[in-house]
Design a protein around this ligand. Structure first.
Ligand SMILES: *Cc1c(COP(=O)(O)O)cnc(C)c1O
Length: 356
C-alpha cells in the first residue's frame, strides 16, 4: 500500500473559475495563465477546464508545445518571449505569440527569418522593473518592431507590481501616456487587476491564480465574496494517534507543549510532500470534515494535529490539508507564504488524480 496521501485536481473548478472571470471582465478576452505547469496542477490535468479561455499564456516553450499537442487551436502566448534563434523556429512551427521585452529579442526574431511573421506582445516596464522597455523608449521600440521583417501583429502589454493592494493607477497612467497614439490590442491585468480594477481590463486580461481558486493578495478574506472554487485538494489520513498528558511535548524541537490531556493525530504528510515546514502550531487542517489545527513541527513525512474537536477520529480518518474546506491561502499565510507557492511546490512523490 502506498502512503495514504493524494492530491486531487479539479478541472471543473477551473472551468467554473473561468466563468467567474468572464463575468468580471465581460468585454475582454482571457489569456488563461498556466505557467509553472499550471501552477503545479499539471497542464494536461486542468486542460479540460480551459476550453472557454481565448488564449493560453505560459513561459516554457515545451509547455507551449504540450498545449498544442493537446489540440489547443487558439492563441498561445509566451510571457517571457524567446531566448534564442531556435525558439523562433519553434514559435513559427507551433504558431506561438511571443512577448518581446527587449531589443535583443526583436533582433533574434529578425535574424531567424521566419517564413511566417510572428505576432508579438511588446512589453513595457511601467514600474514593475522586471522585464520590458522603458516608457521613454517604448514608442521607438514599437516603431522598430512594426517595421521589422518577420514580425506580424504587435500588441502591447505591461505587468502590475501591486494590483492586489489596490495600486494600479500610477502604472496605468504611465502606460496610457506612453502608448497614447500607438495602435494594437492591450493586455495589462493579472488576477488582482482583473477582479478588482475594471479600468485596467482592455482587450485581453491575464488571470492566473484566480483560475485555481487562490487569492491574488494571499489573503482568503479578499476573495471571500467571489464564488471561486479550489482546483487542488491535498488530502491524507491519520496514521497514528497519541494521548498526551498535560505538560508533554510533541515532535522535533519540542515546540508544542500540551496544557491539558490532549489527543493528537499523526498525518501522513510532511515537507517532503510539499507541505510548508514553516507552518507553525495552529495552521488550519480538517479531520473527518471538522476544522482543527496542526501542533508542533512539521516533519519530513508526517505532521501532527489536535484531535480535540473530533473525538471520534482515529486511524484512517480523512484529513484535508488544503482544498475546498481548508483554504490554501490560510495555510500559506500561517506559514508566511502565498497559495501560489504551495500549489507550485507540490512534491513529485505525491500521487495526483484528476477528480470531478
Ligand atoms: C504570472 C503572470 C500573470 C498571472 O498572475 P496572477 O497573479 O497569477 O493572476 C499575468 N501576467 C504575467 C506576465 C505573469 O507573469
Amino acid at each position: 500500500m502506498p502512503r495514504p496521501i493524494n492530491a486531487y485536481i479539479h478541472p471543473k473548478a477551473v472551468q467554473h473559475n473561468l466563468k467567474v472571470v468572464r463575468q468580471r471582465a465581460p468585454d475582454s478576452r482571457i489569456w488563461a495563465v498556466v505557467k509553472a505547469n499550471a501552477y503545479g496542477h499539471g497542464i494536461e490535468r486542468i486542460y479540460p477546464g480551459l476550453e472557454a479561455a481565448d488564449g493560453i499564456a505560459l513561459l516554457d516553450l515545451d509547455e507551449a508545445v504540450r498545449v498544442r499537442q493537446l489540440g489547443w487551436k487558439k492563441p498561445v502566448l509566451l510571457l517571457e518571449g524567446i531566448f534564442n534563434c531556435n525558439d523562433v523556429k519553434v514559435a513559427e512551427e507551433f504558431d506561438l505569440t511571443v512577448a518581446v521585452h527587449c531589443d535583443e529579442q526583436r533582433e533574434l526574431i529578425v535574424a531567424a527569418k521566419p517564413n511566417r511573421p510572428i505576432d508579438i506582445y511588446l512589453k513595457m516596464n511601467s514600474g514593475m522593473n522586471r522585464l520590458g522597455f522603458a516608457r521613454e523608449n517604448f514608442r521607438e521600440a514599437w516603431e522598430r518592431a512594426s517595421a521589422s521583417p518577420g514580425i506580424g501583429a504587435v500588441s502591447l502589454m505591461t505587468h502590475f507590481a501591486n494590483a492586489d493592494e489596490g495600486e494600479v493607477d500610477w502604472q496605468l497612467h504611465s502606460f496610457d501616456r506612453a502608448t497614447r497614439d500607438i495602435p494594437g490590442a492591450r493586455s495589462l491585468s493579472n488576477s488582482a487587476a482583473t477582479m478588482w480594477h475594471k479600468r485596467a481590463h482592455r482587450e485581453w486580461v491575464r488571470p492566473g491564480i484566480v483560475l485555481y481558486g487562490g487569492s491574488p493578495s494571499g489573503r482568503a478574506v479578499d476573495i471571500a465574496d467571489i464564488p471561486l472554487r479550489a482546483s487542488m485538494t491535498l488530502s491524507s489520513e491519520i496514521i497514528g494517534t497519541q494521548t498526551m498528558l498535560a505538560g508533554e511535548t510533541v515532535g522535533y524541537a519540542r515546540t508544542y507543549k500540551t496544557e491539558r490531556e490532549t489527543r493528537i493525530g499523526v498525518v501522513a504528510c510532511g515537507y517532503a510532500d510539499g507541505y510548508p515546514r514553516h507552518a507553525p502550531t495552529g495552521t488550519p487542517v480538517s479531520v473527518d470534515g471538522v476544522m482543527t489545527h496542526t501542533v508542533g513541527r512539521v516533519s519530513m513525512d508526517m505532521l501532527t494535529v489536535d484531535l480535540t474537536p473530533c473525538p471520534n477520529a482515529g486511524i484512517g480518518s480523512k484529513v484535508e490539508l488544503w482544498g475546498e474546506q481548508v483554504k490554501i491561502d490560510d495555510v500559506a499565510a500561517s506559514a508566511g507564504t502565498i497559495g501560489y507557492e504551495l500549489m507550485c511546490a507540490l512534491a513529485r512523490r505525491v500521487p495526483v488524480m484528476v477528480a470531478e
